[in-house]
Design a protein around this ligand. Structure first.
Ligand code: R5P
Length: 292
């Protein structure tokens, strides 16, 4: 086992210096990737802003029917004009979302737990690469439990998906999972995002935290910020703004959009921050004007 005694605390993140190895790509960490991977990533990250609005509606994979997502076939299509990427399960996508659309797809491929388990950290790879190819997925999302009981299984799942993804040029999105007893600090997110990035993913989903710009600086692939539990709209917009200011390349938001009383306007307001440089205050004004 590696000697953990006397480890120095990492502290010099050069947050004001841009990533040094862009290599002609507008996507962080993509310089060494092949054409197919870069093409998929360009479907997810808007070439103009470099950012993405992902709409997460994959909750059913462990929560079943979720408040606000009772009817995927009605809810999701209404929001599609205002988002860049659909994050869902193959079951939801195939049954409820018309194939005739031009949105990127982040396909949830890990599964194995449910709200009835105390420990959600034991998952398997539930979707094989051939099905991801058939669905024309632009990335495959794997829940990753660092520091949890299921860490080994989780990293094994992640590795299998990354290996298959490299074989067929489909990016992998590593999703940092945070159990109810796990800390939500920059110390933890630096550890988790960096481990996941060094496993070989092309993008990471994690949570916003204090010192977020250091989390971003230390992660060599784009970070998209998870929405998390429903917040008042003003707070969710501030979290989105701070995430983008801190270097996130997008938001992957579910409940803070679909559980809003005005989901369409909320998705639009998030898009203003992500793509148009709106502040949280400006986005809130936009939202309030739009709902009245
Ligand atoms: C969490 O990371 C999972 O992927 C979710 O099922 C989902 O994407 C969460 O979205 P939100 O927390 O924004 O509702």
């Amino acid at each position: 086992m590696a000697d953990k005694d006397g480890l120095k605390i990492a502290k010099d993140y050069h947050v004001s210096e841009p990533f040094a190895n862009m290599g002609g790509s507008y996507i962080k960490g993509a310089a060494g990737l092949d054409w197919g991977m870069r093409k998929h990533l360009s479907h997810i990250f808007d070439p103009k802003s470099g950012n993405t609005v992902m709409f997460a509606f994959d909750h059913g994979y462990f929560m079943g029917s979720t408040a606000g997502l009772e009817r995927l076939d009605i809810v999701v299509p209404k929001l599609m004009p205002y988002i860049d990427c659909l994050m869902g399960t193959r079951g939801a996508l195939r049954t409820c979302i018309p194939a005739e659309n031009r949105k990127a797809v982040a396909l949830r491929v890990s599964s194995g737990s449910s709200m009835l388990n105390d420990d959600l950290s034991h998952e398997v790879v539930a979707v094989d690469i051939e099905d991801a190819i058939r669905m024309n997925a632009d990335c495959m999302a794997v829940q990753t439990f660092i520091g949890a009981d299921g860490q080994l299984q989780s990293l094994d799942n992640l590795s299998r998906v990354i290996n298959a993804g490299f074989k067929y040029s489909i990016p992998t999105l590593g999703v940092v999972a945070v159990g109810k007893d796990m800390e939500r600090t920059d110390r933890y997110f630096k550890l988790a995002t960096r481990i996941i990035a060094e496993m070989g993913v092309q993008m990471v989903k994690t949570y916003y935290c204090d010192n977020f710009e250091e989390v971003v600086a230390a992660c060599p692939v784009p970070i998209v910020v998870a929405g998390g539990k429903k917040l008042p709209e003003a707070e969710a917009l501030t979290m989105a703004y701070r995430s983008i200011q801190g270097g996130a390349r997008g938001l992957d938001m579910g409940r803070n959009i679909f559980q809003s009383d005005h989901a369409v306007e909320m998705a639009q307001a998030i898009g203003k921050i992500v793509h148009e440089g709106f502040t949280d205050k400006e986005a809130l004004e936009f939202y309030q004007d739009a709902i009245h």
